[in-house]
Design a protein around this ligand. Structure first.
Ligand code: SF4
Length: 300
């Protein structure tokens, strides 16, 4: 991390891998299942999840890898003709399914002009060794980052939100991924029910012990149509939803506990407004970034 940086951000991480280039992630929506949805581990999905809340409009599920890349890239390429792209397998669990089909999908993405790497979002209990060794081979030629939904480091929380895996599983998979030579990221939700502020800050310390390169923080959002939304309406007292100001403070304290080499890619999720039951903040990630930087500079 450069001396004048308040924390390591994703743009500088990208510029280390792609010096002098503009690189943009293109979100894809191809896998439509998770073990917590298809009955392998459950049926309702994680209680907070409505997948529609994080798929962009062009990533329409019936379209092929190539079609989705074409649409996503055309969005940016007229503005920045020399831009390069990372295919971001974002929706649901992007390593869940027949391994041979998954491999074909990743290869199709890498064969698209201008695509220089993959970012694959998945669950820690869905990374078979055979796929890991395939991705490890790809990473010798391309940028490959695997992002795991850790969400919490506390097992009682993971059970409550029906994640279907433990923190031990996250640890084991992250270590296995790192040992295969792949870059690893984690996602974490701050504000899950039953967790105190101290619990949330303790996630930073536990993640510090793991070989992750990147981290995405998300505030808990109650999304309409989820199991959590139903519970929230019946038992609002079970939830503490942060104000914008409280959340900025929490992120600042979190960053101060986090290993400084971990890249923080984002602090908040921005689901479509009409899908959010609470909290209705109305600020985007970049606005939180500014507030967090300001507070890092002015508070001790
Ligand atoms: S959070 Fe991820 S794993 Fe859980 S139901 Fe949603 S897409 Fe599936």
């Amino acid at each position: 991390m450069k001396e004048n940086m308040l924390y390591r951000d994703f743009a500088s991480f990208m510029s280390e891998y792609f010096p002098g280039k503009k690189v943009q992630k293109i979100s894809l929506d191809l896998i439509h299942n998770c073990p917590t949805r298809d009955g392998s581990l459950g049926r309702g999905g994680c209680t907070y999840c409505n997948n529609k809340s994080f798929s962009p409009a062009y990533a329409l599920s019936h379209k092929s890898v190539t079609e989705q890349l074409q649409e996503g890239i055309s969005f940016f390429s007229h503005k920045y003709p020399s831009m390069e792209y990372l295919a971001y397998f974002q929706a649901y669990t992007s390593t869940y399914g027949e391994v041979e089909k998954l491999k074909e999908m990743y290869l199709e993405a890498l064969s698209y002009p201008g695509v220089v790497g993959l970012v694959i979002g998945t669950r820690p209990d869905c990374m078979p060794d055979s796929l890991l060794s395939f991705l490890s081979q790809l990473s010798k030629e391309y940028f490959v980052l695997i992002e795991y939904g850790v969400e919490s480091t506390i097992d009682r929380t993971l059970e409550l939100v029906q994640r279907g895996h433990t923190f031990e599983c996250s640890k084991e998979t992250i270590l296995r991924t790192h040992d295969s030579g792949l870059l690893c990221g984690a996602h974490l939700i701050l504000g899950l029910p039953g967790e105190s502020r101290e619990d949330m800050l303790s996630h930073a310390q536990r993640l510090n012990d793991l070989p992750i390169s990147t981290l995405k923080l998300h505030q808990l959002q109650i999304i309409k149509g989820t199991l959590m939304a139903r519970d929230f309406v019946l038992h609002p007292d079970r939830y503490h939803l942060f104000t914008e100001d409280e959340y900025v403070d929490l992120c600042v304290d979190f960053l101060r506990q986090l290993r400084p080499d971990i890249v923080v890619e984002r602090f908040v999720s921005s689901s479509p407004k009409d899908m959010i039951l609470a909290p209705k903040w109305g600020k985007k990630n970049y606005q939180f970034v500014e507030l967090i930087k300001k507070r890092l500079l002015t508070s001790k």
